[in-house]
Ligand binder design. Structure first.
Ligand code: ACM
Length: 269
């Protein structure tokens, strides 16, 4: 299976232009699965609820989704796309899995970062996993990386590949995703964006690029540059993620002891 990322710099509010750029970049790529960054059609830094409403779209029949489906049909690949979702229950920072036959599934970001809490509702779909035949796919978005429970929830449902659209600003995530990969024995694909956004009087955000992909044992296949734009694809065998043997006598799932784990905080401070 050929899988990878497209790292680029979306322009805020220019959905049509961003879609054109994505289509051009992917129009000749030979791949089975490509992950795109978080909010890659809209840009990141919203300044009003009106703007959020205007730029978010239905992930079932919005015009961006229709174009992504067409691209998947033309190229016979699967995409994981970070997109602003407008639904009957509100707007979400979402990631969508799309294939040649259409929309497959949606993940809505659970751990909202910073001002995202103002613009988006907390995700309410859990951390589902989908079987696309070639591999089992789970999705999380950017800041979810700092909560190991997110990746673990995906791995516990037998995902082979954790797809991770991102708009990273903190420097820790690329290395942390190697750990997420090792501790869950899954492939990870982080697709980050590049560039800086500084809208109206808001704080300036510099995005750190460094999109990367790890094997199921945490080996780095590649890490892109901070300002690099482009597609990076590698050949993987996703079934390697199904081998959870760590040593001869240690198997990741058999050796867990959930009865000893504390999942809710007991401290008083
Ligand atoms: C982030 O979660 N976009 C930093």
């Amino acid at each position: 299976m050929k899988a990878g990322v497209f790292q680029f710099c979306p322009k805020f509010g220019e959905v049509e232009g961003n879609l054109n750029l994505i289509e051009n970049a992917l129009s000749k790529v030979d791949a089975d699965l490509i992950v795109l960054p978080e909010l890659c059609t809209t840009g990141y830094q919203f300044t009003s609820h009106d703007e959020v409403e205007a730029l978010c779209e239905s992930v079932l029949d919005g015009s961006s989704i229709r174009r992504f489906i067409q691209l998947c049909e033309d190229r016979q690949f699967y995409l994981v796309v970070g997109i602003g979702e407008r639904s009957d229950t509100g707007c979400y920072n979402s990631s969508v899995l799309i294939g040649p036959k259409g929309h497959i599934g949606t993940y809505r970001k659970v751990h909202l970062f910073n001002k995202e809490k103002t613009w988006f509702k907390q995700g309410d779909l859990g951390f589902p996993v989908w079987d696309i035949g070639l591999a089992k796919i789970g999705m999380m978005i950017c800041f979810d990386w700092i909560f190991p429970e997110a990746a673990r929830s995906i791995a516990l449902q037998d995902a082979d590949i954790l797809c991770h659209p991102a708009n990273l600003v903190l420097p820790f995530c690329p290395d942390a995703m190697i750990t997420r990969s090792i501790e869950n024995r899954i492939f990870t694909i982080t697709a980050n964006r590049t560039g800086t956004e500084s809208r109206e009087a808001q704080e300036s955000f510099h995005f750190i690029g460094q999109s990367q992909m790890t094997s199921s044992k945490g080996d780095l296949f590649f890490r892109m540059g901070e300002d690099e734009s482009g597609v990076h694809i590698v050949e993987i065998d996703p079934t390697q993620a199904r081998n959870k043997q760590i040593t001869e006598t240690n198997q990741l799932w058999d050796d867990r002891h959930p009865e000893t784990y504390i999942i809710n905080r007991t401290g008083k401070n």
